[in-house]
Design a protein around this ligand. Structure first.
Ligand SMILES: Cc1ncc(COP(=O)(O)O)c(C=O)c1O
Length: 417
């Protein structure tokens, strides 16, 4: 049920987020998505004051263990961002020019760049019209004898139908990478995203549910063979010599070796202060997701009597964590477009609505690098009518009411034109 709409008029006019307004919008994305709790500040300061190692020490090991426990993953590796988690997974997929990799067409560019740069051909997969994330049936349709890997994205916090994706992948012997950047804590029947496929790639960027001082990531993996190679690939091929060398300097302090034939290793390490903060922040993740879900449900309830607006349908047993809040507008009956709607929402209602994701094959980057072809009719017929509300964890009720009320008023105005 919608709340009393008069309440919405009490929204603060210049700082609805409580953390700084942007431009002359009444409601915008806050410049900083989240404040740190005292305990989170303290663990960082403690590492600064007391920790001996500043990188790859006890805090990294603890954060990885905490992440494994939280998600149920077999292995977890802290990295400097999710893009590089995706890159490590791409390296392990052993993609080469001539191979094909199937990737969801509806996502952020970082999902696809580490795969495109291998020289493999990106084949874009369509979305499911109900859940708005990748459609396993379309993945199956696009498999050829050159396909080597599938990259799915739990976009906006919505889990992809992983049991269906894994059934397809197992039948064809394909590697599966889950981009979980926007979905830490999302689950299907109690199983966390990032634990279905061969790899799960998580982001701890400033805009995500939890952040390790602005940048950070985690790579989870299922197979011991991959887990054994990740530390070297993550850190310049570095490893210790066997214990007990009398001449500890001979031939050098540490060894550097090759983990994968023909593959140069990288440095994707995450520092100790960030890892300590990650462990502390993980304690709040469920609560943050609960708040995001509650906000999403309030907006959906407020718009339940507005058939022109629709939302992704959440299958039973799925925990969709509402990392972003995307809506679909259908004004065809009264000749109104999404842009007509957003003109009023942005310029009159002063709500900084945005269009978040463009299908990747539409961007010049992918077109110029040979990945501009697509066969995604569902996505093509859908994305142009979507938009996002300003979104952060802890949106006050009066702001939620203002968003709902403004959208209803705008649609009424468009209908009366
Ligand atoms: C779907 C998706 N994948 C990957 C990334 C890359 O994450 P990071 O910024 O940690 O490299 C992002 C970041 O926004 C994302 O939204």
């Amino acid at each position: 049920m919608a709340r009393d709409q008069n309440e919405s008029k009490t929204v603060q006019t210049d700082d609805a987020s409580g953390r700084g307004s942007v431009g002359d919008f009444k409601v915008s994305f806050p410049a900083r998505m989240r404040s740190y709790k005292e305990a989170e500040i303290e663990v960082v300061v403690d590492v600064m004051r007391n920790a001996e190692a500043q990188t790859q020490g006890q805090y990294m090991r603890q954060f990885q263990a905490d992440f494994e426990e939280y998600t149920g993953a077999d292995h977890a590796f802290a990295v400097d961002n999710c893009t590089n988690a995706l890159r490590l997974a791409a390296m392990r997929c052993e993609l080469e020019p001539g191979d094909e990799v199937i990737i969801s067409g509806y996502t952020f560019c970082a999902t696809a760049i580490p795969y495109g740069e291998t020289g493999a051909q990106i084949v874009w997969a369509d979305i499911d019209p109900d859940t708005w994330v990748v459609d396993p049936a379309d993945i199956e349709r696009k498999i050829t004898d050159r396909t080597k890997a599938i990259v799915v994205v739990h976009l906006l916090g919505m889990p992809v139908d992983m049991p269906a994706v894994m059934a397809v992948a197992d039948e064809h012997g394909l590697r599966v990478v889950e981009d979980c950047a926007q979905a830490p804590g999302a689950q299907i029947n109690g199983q966390h995203v990032g634990t279905f496929g061969d790899f799960g790639c998580f982001s701890l960027h400033a805009a995500k549910q939890i952040t390790t001082l602005g940048e950070g990531g985690m790579l989870t993996c299922k197979f011991d063979e991959d887990a054994e190679l990740i530390p070297g690939l993550r850190h310049n091929g570095a490893r210790a010599y066997p214990e007990g060398r009398e001449r500890y300097w001979d031939p050098a302090m540490g060894n550097v070796d090759l983990d994968m034939a023909g593959v140069w290793p990288k440095n994707f390490c995450l520092g100790e202060a960030q890892c300590a903060l990650g462990s502390e922040m993980l304690k709040s993740l469920d609560e943050i997701n609960d708040t995001l879900i509650e906000q999403g449900e309030k907006i959906k309830a407020g718009l339940a009597d507005t058939p022109e607006i629709s939302f992704a349908q959440i299958p039973a047993g799925y925990r969709h964590v509402f990392h972003q809040f995307v809506l679909h507008f259908d004004g065809a009956d009264f000749g109104a477009t999404r842009n007509d709607l957003l003109d009023i929402m942005a310029f009159e209602k002063k709500i900084r609505v945005i269009v978040q994701y463009h299908p990747l094959y539409r961007y010049p980057l992918f077109q110029k690098l040979g990945a501009g072809e697509q066969d995604c009719p569902v996505l093509e017929g859908w994305w142009g009518d979507t938009f996002s509300f300003p979104w952060w964890c802890g949106i006050p009720d009066e702001t939620i009411n203002y968003l709902v009320f403004s959208l209803k008023e705008t649609i009424a105005e468009l209908k009366s034109r």
